[in-house]
Design a protein around this ligand. Structure first.
Ligand code: SF4
Length: 226
């Protein structure tokens, strides 16, 4: 006697009654994993006790981005606007990359993921404090795997270089930038585009004549501008 609904019995009889319908096997609509993570990140208060203002994480990311910019942490102006690199350093960085604001702020093409997402405060000796250490530890291992299309990461300043290059980093930032060919095309170590580095830029003219043309060519290729 045939057991009703039994798979073996149905197969033996050549029936497909036991097979789930097409409607039943369809997976639920995919929820982009990045969106909930970004919401969680934007609500982060993990190191609030150590920040001068209420946390305001500044980040730009979408799953399709092919270029990622990894800087230090927002300054006061970016903290106020909530827009990454919305300052003179950002203007210089865009010139270095060869992109305008429209492209730069297109999250579908450019991810901006700093080492610290909130303004860390001011150093007693002048300048901003380093990015909060716990920030990248907390968020980067969760965020970066959700940006699978990223092909090139621009490492702006020593903290980003230490995190991404690890022991491959040279003794000084200048030596690391000078060795850019060792890291390209995946990584592009740069000095910070702050006016504080004007003297460094003057002392190292090869940065503008050798590094930037190669960087712009790669950025143009990744962003479909060439
Ligand atoms: S700096 Fe980073 S860890 Fe601290 S509150 Fe902001 S997002 Fe969270």
């Amino acid at each position: 006697m045939r057991k009703p609904g039994g798979l073996a019995g149905a197969a033996a009889c050549g029936e497909d009654a036991a097979m789930p319908s097409r409607k039943q096997v369809l997976p639920p609509p995919a929820v982009p994993a990045l969106d909930p993570l970004l919401a969680e990140l934007r609500a982060c208060r993990a190191c609030a006790a150590f920040l001068p203002f209420a946390p305001r994480p500044v980040v730009q990311a979408a799953a399709g981005a092919r270029l990622m910019l990894c800087g230090q942490a927002p300054g006061t102006r970016v903290h106020q606007s909530g827009i990454p690199f919305d300052d003179r350093s950002g203007d210089r960085l865009r010139a270095w990359l060869g992109v305008g604001r429209e492209t730069f702020y297109d999250a579908a093409r450019v991810a901006i993921v700093p080492m610290g997402f909130c303004y860390p405060g001011r150093h007693a000796r002048g300048g901003d404090l380093p990015p909060r250490r716990e920030c990248a530890t907390l968020w980067h291992p969760r965020l970066l795997p959700l940006l699978p299309k990223v092909e090139a990461i621009v490492l702006i300043g020593q903290y980003a270089q230490a995190w991404h290059l690890g022991h491959r980093r040279k003794k000084t930032l200048g030596e690391t930038v000078a060795a850019w060919r060792d890291y390209a095309p995946r990584y592009w170590p740069l000095p910070h585009p702050s006016w504080r580095n004007d003297a460094w830029l003057k002392r190292h003219p090869w940065f503008e004549t050798e590094v930037l043309p190669a960087l712009r060519a790669e950025v143009g290729r990744l962003l479909g501008m060439v």
